[in-house]
Design a protein around this ligand. Structure first.
Ligand SMILES: Nc1ncnc2c1ncn2[C@@H]1O[C@H](COP(=O)(O)OP(=O)(O)OP(=O)(O)O)[C@@H](O)[C@H]1O
Ligand SMILES: [Mg+2]
Length: 300
C-alpha cells in the first residue's frame, strides 16, 4: 500500500487502526515514512509505543517483523544463523555421491532468517520492523543494528550482503531503563511518547473501551490523570486506563465510587506500596476531585 503523503494522511492511517496520535507524533511518523528513516520512540510504559508499529503494519498492509530485545540477545537470535545440521547432512550426502568438492555450505538454503534478516529479505514482501524495548538488550548488541538502520542491509561474512528491495519501516522502542547509544539515535528520528492529555485519553478510551458511559469515562480519565501526579513507584499508563475502564464495566459501575475504586486499584497500580498509599482516604479524595473536573459546575 502507498505511504501516506501528508501529516493528515498519516494521522488518518493511524486513526483507522484505532491509534489516537497527537500532531507532533503524526508529524514524526510521517517524516520517518517519507524520509525512510528509522523511528526511535522513547517513553513511559504503556503509552502506545509498540502499538504504533502494529498499527502501521496493519495500515500499510505490510508484515510485522518483531524483534523483542532482552539481556543476552545475540546475532544468532536477532539476525541469522547457519543451519549446521543441514550443512552437515548436505556434506554427507555429497560425500556419498562423490561430489563433496562442489557443495557450497554457505548457500542461502542453509541460512536461517531471524527478525533482522527477515525484515530486509528481498525475496519477502515489504515489512515493518519493530525492534522492541531496545534498552533491555545489552549495549554491544546495538552495534549489530547500525548497518541495518543506516543502509537497510546486513553483511554476512560467509555469504555476502543482503539488501532490502523495499526499505522496511523501522520502529525502535525504549522504556529508558538505560540510555540507548548516540550512534543509534543519530540514525533515527526521535520522538518522546508522553502520557496523553485528558482529551486524548478520552478519545483513546472511546476507541479501545467502547460502551463505557460518557460520565464514567470522563471520571476515569480525570482520576488517572490525577493519579499520575502522585508520588508513586510506577504510574499507570494508557494500557492501565483501558484495563480499568473494562474492569469497572464488568462490575456494572456507571460512575466512580470510592469502594469500587479501592477494590480495583490492582488494575491500575502494580506495586503493593503504591496501592497502600492510595487506597482509602487518598482514593476518596482523588475520586471527588475527578468528579469535580469531569463535571465542571455550570457557568453562573
Ligand atoms: N495513542 C493511543 N491510541 C490508541 N491506543 C493506545 C494509545 N496509547 C496506548 N494505547 C493502548 O495502550 C496499550 C499499551 O500500548 P503499548 O503496548 O503500545 O505501550 P508501550 O508504550 O509499548 O508500553 P511498554 O513500554 O510497556 O511496552 C495498547 O493496548 C494500546 O492499544
Ligand atoms: Mg511496548
Amino acid at each position: 500500500m502507498k505511504l501516506p503523503q501528508s501529516v493528515a494522511e498519516t494521522a488518518a492511517l493511524l486513526a483507522e487502526g484505532g491509534y489516537v496520535a497527537d500532531h507532533a507524533l503524526a508529524t514524526t511518523v510521517f517524516l520517518a515514512l517519507s524520509m525512510q528513516r528509522p523511528l526511535f520512540l522513547e517513553g513511559e510504559p504503556g503509552t502506545g509505543k509498540t502499538e504504533i508499529a502494529k498499527v502501521l503494519a496493519e495500515g500499510l498492509g505490510r508484515r510485522l517483523v518483531r524483534l523483542q530485545c532482552y539481556d543476552g540477545l545475540d546475532l544468532a537470535a536477532a539476525a541469522y544463523e547457519w543451519d549446521h545440521a543441514r550443512q552437515l547432512m548436505a556434506i554427507r550426502l555429497a560425500e556419498a555421491s562423490g561430489e563433496a568438492g562442489v557443495i557450497d555450505i554457505y548457500a542461502r538454503q542453509f541460512l536461517q532468517s531471524r527478525p533482522l534478516l527477515s525484515a530486509i529479505d528481498p525475496d519477502q514482501p515489504p515489512a515493518v520492523l519493530l525492534i522492541d524495548e531496545l534498552d533491555r538488550a545489552d549495549e554491544p548488541f546495538e552495534a549489530f543494528l547500525l548497518e541495518v538502520l543506516a543502509d537497510f542491509q546486513l553483511t554476512i561474512p560467509e555469504y555476502g550482503t543482503v539488501r532490502a528491495a523495499t526499505p522496511p519501516v523501522v520502529i525502535l522502542t525504549s522504556n529508558r531503563t538505560r540510555e540507548v547509544h548516540d550512534a543509534i539515535r543519530r540514525r533515527c528520528l526521535y520522538q518522546w511518547v508522553d502520557y496523553p492529555t485528558a482529551t486524548r485519553e478520552r478519545e483513546i478510551l472511546a476507541r479501545k473501551a467502547p460502551g463505557i458511559a460518557e460520565k464514567l469515562s470522563a471520571e476515569i480519565v480525570a482520576f488517572v490523570q490525577k493519579l499520575r501526579g502522585e508520588d508513586l513507584f510506577k504510574l499507570p499508563g494508557v494500557a492501565e486506563t483501558i484495563d480499568w475502564a473494562g474492569a469497572l464495566k464488568h462490575l456494572d459501575q456507571n460512575e466512580l465510587a470510592p469502594g469500587a475504586v479501592d477494590e480495583t486499584l490492582g488494575v491500575l497500580l502494580k506495586y503493593q506500596d503504591d496501592i497502600a498509599k492510595i487506597k482509602g482516604a487518598e482514593a476518596a479524595r482523588l475520586v471527588s476531585e475527578a468528579k469535580s473536573i469531569a463535571t465542571p459546575p455550570p457557568p453562573v
